[in-house]
Design a protein around this ligand. Structure first.
Ligand code: ZN
Length: 281
């Protein structure tokens, strides 16, 4: 169906496209792209009580749903409301995916187990960030074709099941991009700066809202060059690579969050890292 949609899109004038569709990968940590029944107005869609992005693409409505990493594979349901029509239940399946395991060892016990005071701070910061990521900003036309945000290779993948000194930790919520201190970090797409802060794990952190519950979060920055409420365009330099927060050296940790859950940023990337051999001629 995806190929048919793309072929159809290719024959239509550019103005008919309101957005590029992300990659459909119905797995934990992936994004599910589902065509909705025809309707004049945009349907309102929920998954597990969370509002879901709906976009118009090539003459159809699509629901774009982020699947939490902790989701058990199996049958799921989208709840679809259309004005003047009964509520619809659309079924889909989440397939299993096993992410690689990563074993880390850190010698300094202070870094492994934060103090009680630090734990209180971490809890407060995580609640604040989650509140930002749960916020809904209506945008009929969110930009879904991201660019790679820094000049460097992917050094750590999304969803890695991490063990620190043998103890299970939360899975990797984003991807890491390696680049020297001070390198430019660009906005992946046009959006609005939703949050700027200095957090325990993430360090200097910049969160950009792309619209309809889609967010880009950059961690460990050395400098943030934009402020809350500011509009940014795709490719705009918004910060510099750093090593702030809990990290071993300069790198960009990049989380993409959709309907309040981290998803694999590759679902929205039109190209891979610029420095990878595949792009070299
Ligand atoms: Zn990371």
């Amino acid at each position: 169906m995806r190929i048919a949609t793309l072929l159809l899109a290719a024959t239509l004038p550019v103005v008919a496209l309101s957005a590029t569709l992300p990659k459909n990968e119905p797995v934990p940590g992936g994004v599910v792209v589902m065509q909705l029944p025809a309707a004049k107005l945009a349907p309102v869609v929920h998954f597990d009580a969370r509002r879901i992005m709906v976009i118009r693409h090539a003459g159809h409505w699509y629901a774009i749903t982020g699947i939490p990493l902790e989701t058990r594979p199996g049958g799921k349901t989208l709840s679809v409301r259309q004005s003047g029509a009964p509520r619809l239940q659309l079924k889909f399946s989440v397939l299993p995916k096993t992410y690689a395991q990563q074993d880390l060892s850190i010698k300094n016990p202070k870094l492994v187990n934060p103090t009680e005071k630090e734990l209180a701070r971490i809890e407060q910061e995580q609640a604040h960030l989650q509140q930002v990521l749960n916020s809904w900003r209506p945008d009929a036309n969110p930009a879904l074709d991201f660019i790679w945000p820094a000049r460097g290779p992917e050094t750590s993948g999304f969803g890695l099941r991490r063990f620190l000194n043998g103890e299970a930790r939360s899975p990797h919520s984003g991807i890491d991009i390696g680049a020297p201190m001070g390198s430019a970090v660009e906005a992946p797409a046009a959006g609005l700066v939703a949050d700027v802060g200095d957090y325990y794990f993430c360090g200097h952190t910049l969160t950009i809202s792309l619209g309809q519950g889609l967010y880009s979060v950059y961690c460990h920055l050395s400098k943030i060059l934009v402020s809350r409420g500011q509009h940014v365009r795709q490719g705009q330099v918004v910060g510099e690579i750093g090593a702030s927060g809990r990290t071993t050296g300069p790198n960009l940790h990049w989380t993409v969050s959709l309907n309040g859950t981290p998803v694999d940023p590759h679902a929205f990337l039109i190209q891979g890292p610029p420095s990878q051999p595949a792009d070299a001629k």
